[in-house]
Design a protein around this ligand. Structure first.
Ligand code: ATP
Length: 290
C-alpha cells in the first residue's frame, strides 16, 4: 500500500509562459545547488518505517540567494495513508518543500521528521530509497516498457499490467505492436511527456514506496495527456487533503470542498485556473476528491 503521497504544482501554470521561463532557469539553479553539505553515508535505517511526514516551523533560505527567505515557518503533518496536494502560485515554495523531504537541504531552523524520526538522524541513501518521485520529466531507460515498469523488481507480467492499468498506461501500451516488450528510448519508440509520466506512475505503484512524491506539472502536457495523467494520479491517491503554499507558508489546509467554502487563496486559484481553461477552450475538470 502507498502510505503517503504528496502532489504539487497542480495549479502552477497560472502565470503562463513567462513563469515557465523563470521555472526553467530555477531548475538549472536547482541542479547546480544540489551539492550541499549533506553527508551521503551514516545515520540510521529503520525497519518498517511508517510513511508519515512532518514539518515543524521550518525556515529555509537557499545558500545561493541569502537575501530571500523561501520558507517562513512551514508546519504540517501527513499521516501514513493520507494524501496531500501542495497547491499554490508559482514560486510559493512547493518544490522547495519536496526537495527538503529528500534532504537536499537542511532547514535553517525547525525540523522535519519521516516516520517520527528527525531527518538528520537517518541514512540519506537509505531513506531516499523509501521515497518514489514521479517528476515532470521522468527518466525512462533504454529497455522494454515492462522492464521500465518493473524496474529491476522481480514481478510477474500480470502485476506490471495491473500497475499500468491503474496508471492509465495500459491502453497506449497495447496499441504498440510489441506491447509490453516495446523498447523505449533512442532505438525504440518515443513516448510523449504524458505517456512517460504514466509509465513512471506505474513504476511507482510497483515499487510500493512508503512515500510517494508526485510533481504533477500538468501544465506541460496537452489536454488529453493532462486528463489521463490526472486520472492516473487520482487512482493512485484517495481522499487527498489540500495544503495551499503561498509565499513560503502553508496558508490553508483541508479538503477541496472545505477550501472552496473558505473563499481564500485556494478558491481564487481554482477560479483563475477555470478561467484560463475557458479562454484556452479546454475543459478543465478540477475534481481531486475521488
Ligand atoms: P512552481 O509552482 O513554479 O514549481 P514552487 O511553489 O515549487 O513553484 P519553488 O520552486 O519552491 O516554488 O520556489 C520558491 C522560491 O525559491 C522562488 O522564489 C524561487 O525563485 C526560489 N528558488 C527555488 N529553487 C532555488 C534554488 N535552487 N536556488 C535559489 N533560489 C531558488
Amino acid at each position: 500500500t502507498l502510505q503517503v503521497a504528496m502532489s504539487f504544482a497542480m495549479l502552477s501554470s497560472l502565470y503562463g509562459d513567462f513563469m515557465q521561463a523563470v521555472g526553467a532557469s530555477i531548475r538549472i539553479f536547482d541542479l547546480m545547488d544540489r551539492k550541499p553539505e549533506i553527508p551521503i553515508e551514516g545515520g540510521s535505517q529503520i525497519v518498517d518505517m511508517e510513511g508519515s511526514v512532518e514539518f515543524q516551523d521550518v525556515f529555509f533560505t537557499y545558500p545561493s540567494r541569502p537575501d530571500t527567505q523561501v520558507l517562513k515557518g512551514v508546519s504540517f503533518k501527513v499521516e501514513p495513508g493520507q494524501v496531500v496536494a501542495l497547491v499554490g502560485p508559482s514560486g510559493g515554495g512547493k518544490s522547495t518543500i519536496v526537495n527538503m523531504i529528500e534532504r537536499f537541504y537542511d532547514p535553517e531552523s525547525g525540523w522535519i521528521r519521516l516516520g517520527g524520526n528527525d531527518l538528520t538522524t537517518l541514512d540519506p541513501q537509505w531513506f531516499r530509497q523509501q521515497i518514489s518521485m514521479v517528476s515532470q520529466e521522468p527518466t525512462l531507460f533504454a529497455c522494454s516498457i515492462k522492464d521500465n515498469i518493473s524496474y529491476g523488481k522481480d514481478c510477474t507480467l500480470e502485476e506490471v499490467v495491473e500497475a499500468a492499468k491503474q496508471a492509465n498506461a495500459h491502453n497506449f501500451i497495447m496499441g504498440f505492436e510489441e506491447q509490453y516488450d516495446t523498447l523505449v528510448g533512442e532505438r525504440g519508440v518515443r513516448l510523449s511527456g504524458g505517456q512517460k509520466q504514466r509509465v513512471a506512475i506505474a513504476r511507482a505503484l510497483i515499487m510500493n514506496p512508503s512515500i510517494l512524491l508526485l510533481d504533477e506539472a500538468t501544465s506541460a502536457l496537452d489536454a488529453e495527456s493532462e486528463h489521463l495523467v490526472q486520472e492516473a494520479i487520482d487512482h493512485a491517491m484517495k481522499g487527498r487533503t489540500v495544503a495551499v503554499v503561498d509565499k513560503g507558508k502553508i496558508v490553508e489546509q483541508g479538503t477541496h470542498e472545505e477550501l472552496l467554502a473558505q473563499d481564500g487563496v485556494y478558491k481564487r486559484l481554482v477560479l483563475r485556473q477555470l478561467m484560463a481553461g475557458a479562454t484556452n477552450g479546454l475543459d478543465f475538470n478540477i475534481n481531486n476528491d475521488k
